[in-house]
Design a protein around this ligand. Structure first.
Ligand SMILES: NC(=O)c1ccc[n+]([C@@H]2O[C@H](COP(=O)([O-])OP(=O)(O)OC[C@H]3O[C@@H](n4cnc5c(N)ncnc54)[C@H](OP(=O)(O)O)[C@@H]3O)[C@@H](O)[C@H]2O)c1
Length: 232
């Protein structure tokens, strides 16, 4: 069985630990304070989660840091960089500033790309970036299953990620290459603002709507419009 090593016992780390355990995966919940992790794991009551340090999390097969870039995440993880080589790194980061009003990174990069640059031999898969923490407590919106956009430059790593999230309560959308994290991360900035405006915050997520489109199905409308254009 694959073990997922989570770094940090914050809002996301604890909920993702619970979600992966409920989906049948083995999890190490790593913390700067093993006592804190131990108490949380006791409270979660899931047999497949164990408490540990960051070093324990770094030894897992797949790693998932649940901390902020603005808090120095890249430097905090650096001591274990060699443990990350060849492993799938599930990146959930959004590069928010302290006031959540903007990002600390410019438009032409993303948290995911910065992580890949810093740990070049790890296999970064960006996911869960738009899922606000409270959504994990009740993931279904009425009858609607919401989306998680998944980005990576590594097709095998993306497939591995997809196998780990089987039996979790989201639909996973292949959102292409890692550079698309620039857009996906900024979608969180937008949803945060919209959520505050419309009173949804933090219970909201995205859902891509669409239907398969058959070539020629709109020929009638197309010819009407073309006819109108040729008369004008
Ligand atoms: N909150 C959301 O709704 C949400 C949604 C999508 C993505 N994300 C992303 O998920 C990541 C974690 O977000 P979060 O909301 O779960 O964060 P959080 O509640 O603030 O938790 C962050 C955890 O990081 C660890 N940590 C290590 N060094 C730290 C330091 N110097 N200062 C503060 N904490 C430190 C702490 O765990 P230990 O003390 O146990 O080590 C802390 O509990 C971020 O990159 C964020 O952008 C968040």
């Amino acid at each position: 069985m694959t073990t997922i090593g989570i770094f940090g016992t914050g809002r996301m780390g604890v909920r993702l630990a619970r979600m992966f355990a409920q989906a049948g995966q083995k999890v190490i919940l790593g913390s700067r304070s093993i006592n804190r992790a131990t108490e949380i794991v006791k409270g979660l009551g899931q047999e497949t989660i164990s408490a540990g340090s960051y070093a324990d999390a770094a030894n897992a097969d797949v790693i998932l840091p649940g901390m902020f870039l603005r808090d120095g995440m890249l430097d905090i993880l650096s001591p274990w960089r060699n443990h990350f080589d060849g492993k799938v790194y599930i990146d959930i980061s959004n590069p928010f500033n302290d006031t959540y009003t903007d990002f600390i990174l410019p438009w032409d990069t993303s948290g995911a790309e910065q992580i890949q640059h810093r740990f070049p031999k790890t296999r970064v898969v960006g996911a869960f970036k738009n899922v606000w923490w409270e959504v994990f407590d009740a993931p279904i919106f009425g009858d609607t299953v919401s989306d998680v956009f998944v980005v990576s430059n590594d097709t095998e790593a993306k497939a591995k990620f997809m196998s780990l999230v089987e039996h979790t309560p989201f639909r996973y959308i292949d959102a292409g290459e890692l550079k698309n994290a620039r857009t996906v991360e900024r979608m969180t900035l937008l949803s945060g603002e919209l959520g505050q405006r419309y009173g949804y915050f933090p219970r909201m997520n995205y859902k891509l709507l669409g239907e398969a489109w058959t070539l020629g199905q709109n020929d009638h409308l197309g010819s009407l419009i073309a006819g109108k254009q040729s008369r004008s």
